[in-house]
Design a binder for this molecule. Structure first.
Ligand SMILES: [Zn+2]
Length: 301
């Protein structure tokens, strides 16, 4: 428990006066993130966002009841945002629609794009300086390996804490638990009274992604050779830091273009942003509000 707290205090990547938006799912990792950040940061500068994907049997009310209770007790602002109210559809509706049309898109793709969009949108709208997520060491190494396996250098670099957001409309993302093993988080959660009632996302169980396979594989390697994951993260951090500091990698200096449908920043060369493109593929109207116009006066110039 001491190592967990010490690691986070030492490595925190936000300033004392920053307004932090914590993205919490309701699981043990998000419990530990809120518990620690509320100890080391002024609760008046903390907000919480919980996204409800709309998956049958998942994201149950009981999963987030502790978030409602704890944020109320600490006087922390809470935003509960269902996919349905943001984009007009639940994740299940999007997945069923894709199946109906014979479009092969993984539920995790929809989910990832929408979650990132909603977190960023709320952070901009409410003037938060950083979005904090509860990704742990196991998650982080899975992402590093997945990016390597896909040959996605841009994402590989972008994952590093020293990387800057690619657009002034992207709020900085911080992962305070990225050097903490999942088992350490579990131990901390037990010790601080978290009630475990987690259910795995049914989409992961039905259609394991590359990440799910990597998770299993890395678990096996770590079991045989403890410390491997931390060594891998240290190697990654050092390598990318060296590349960034020596300017061996240069950032695009031009602001990203904006999606003509929703106004969100999108990669160069795209016609629409990934979210609008997915909705158009599914022949669904782009209903979501708030990002249609470029958001005015961004805090992050
Ligand atoms: Zn768009």
């Amino acid at each position: 428990m001491n190592r967990v707290t010490a690691e986070i205090t030492r490595n925190n990547m936000f300033n004392e006066n920053d307004r932090l938006l914590l993205a919490l799912s309701g699981g043990k990792d998000s419990y530990v993130l809120l518990d620690i950040i509320a100890r080391i940061h002024d609760p008046k500068l903390i907000g919480v966002i919980t996204i409800i994907e709309g998956i049958p049997g998942y994201n149950r009310v009981s999963n987030i009841s502790w978030i409602i209770e704890k944020t109320r007790k600490l006087g922390i602002e809470l935003h509960v945002v269902p996919f349905k109210s943001y984009v007009g559809y639940t994740l299940e509706e999007l997945v069923l629609r894709a199946r109906e049309l014979g479009i092969n898109v993984s539920p995790c793709t929809f989910c990832g794009i929408l979650r990132r969009r909603i977190m960023n949108h709320y952070a901009l709208m409410y003037g938060y300086d950083c979005v904090l997520t509860a990704h742990n060491l196991d998650d982080e190494v899975q992402t590093i390996l997945a990016d390597l396996m896909r040959g996605d250098l841009a994402r590989f670099i972008q994952l590093h804490p020293l990387s800057k957001p690619l657009s002034k409309y992207f709020v900085k993302r911080v992962k305070p638990l990225r050097r903490i093993y999942e088992y350490e988080i579990t131990a901390y959660a037990y010790a601080t009274g978290f009630e475990f009632q987690e259910v795995d996302c049914p989409y992961i169980t039905h259609a394991p992604t590359l990440r799910a396979k990597l998770r299993e594989y890395l678990h096996e390697i770590e079991g045989r050779s403890p410390g491997t994951l931390l060594k891998m993260l240290n190697w990654y951090d050092k390598t990318v830091r060296t590349l960034l500091e020596n300017k061996a990698l240069t950032y695009p200096t031009k602001e990203l273009p904006q999606c003509p449908l929703c106004g969100s920043p999108m990669a160069f060369g795209r016609r629409y942003c990934m979210l609008c493109e997915l909705l158009l593929k599914l022949k669904l109207p782009v209903k979501y509000l708030g990002t249609r116009k470029p958001l005015s006066s961004p805090k992050h110039q």
